[in-house]
Design a protein. Structure first.
Length: 252
């Protein structure tokens, strides 16, 4: 399963409640999986994607070739005021972005500024402290999973791996009506697809941080953990899950 096939993107497109010819902006759109899911649901909608990575935007543009509505992909720093007018969109979505920002409430305020009256804001984020893995010894697994939750890579301004559980409060605290809160759990008993990518992300990030001396686990511990995960997968003892928190707000 590729990133674009993960169910969360279709869920975000649905929860945006976008009019068929409305405008949606994706803050931190990356390679465009949520925009692509929205395009499939609303082929005449105007889609706007903002991201700081030119390479990711180039991939998004390729992925969205053939979209029947307008498409605007903009390289932008989400720590700064967004390069869009007040009250110009019907829906704003953002997935797995806020953790990296030192002031996530500032981006929420900017998102609200963009919304038309009755517009919808959909925030979603993996709560990384929800990750469960079977295979490694319990103490080692706790240490590695908690280290990953707290890990901050050099490209991140900030790290809050528990941010998923704060999303409803961010929306309510910004003055929107909290319309809906739900969770979406990805689970797998085989080390393929999303589970494989997440385990690989954990290994790669923690080995990098261990080399810099910025994490609480050693490279040996990370390597032992990863070997135990692979052994569990071979022996059919593997289990993985993580939970995305989704919060939906409405502007009155």
């Amino acid at each position: 399963m590729s990133e674009s096939d993960e169910p969360v993107h279709a869920v975000l497109a649905e929860l945006s409640q976008l009019p068929s010819d409305g405008t949606l902006v994706d803050l931190g759109c990356g390679t465009g999986p949520t925009l692509a899911a929205t395009s499939r649901r609303h082929p005449r909608a105007r889609l706007v994607g903002l991201d700081r990575s030119a390479a990711a935007l180039s991939t998004a543009r390729t992925q969205l070739t053939g979209h029947g509505g307008g498409l605007q992909l903009v390289q932008a720093d989400l720590r700064r005021p967004l390069p869009l007018a007040d009250a110009c969109v019907d829906a704003v979505v953002s997935y797995n972005v806020l953790e990296c920002l030192g002031d996530p409430a500032a981006l929420v305020r900017e998102a609200i500024r963009l919304l038309k009256p009755e517009g919808t804001l959909v925030l979603a984020h993996v709560d990384f402290d929800s990750i469960m893995v079977s295979g490694p010894p319990a103490d080692l697994d706790r240490r590695v999973c908690h280290a990953f939750t707290d890990d901050r890579q050099p490209w991140m301004d900030h790290a809050n791996g528990r941010i998923g559980r704060t999303l409803p409060g961010l929306i309510a605290g910004a003055g929107l009506t909290l319309h809906r809160t739900e969770t979406l759990t990805a689970a797998s008993t085989v080390l393929t697809g999303h589970a494989e990518r997440r385990v690989a992300d954990m290994r790669r990030a923690l080995l990098s941080s261990a080399a810099r001396g910025t994490t609480t686990v050693t490279a040996i511990e990370v390597t032992d953990w990863h070997a135990a995960v692979q052994a569990a997968a071979r022996d059919r003892r593997f289990f993985f899950s993580e939970t995305v928190v989704i919060a939906v707000g409405r502007r009155t």
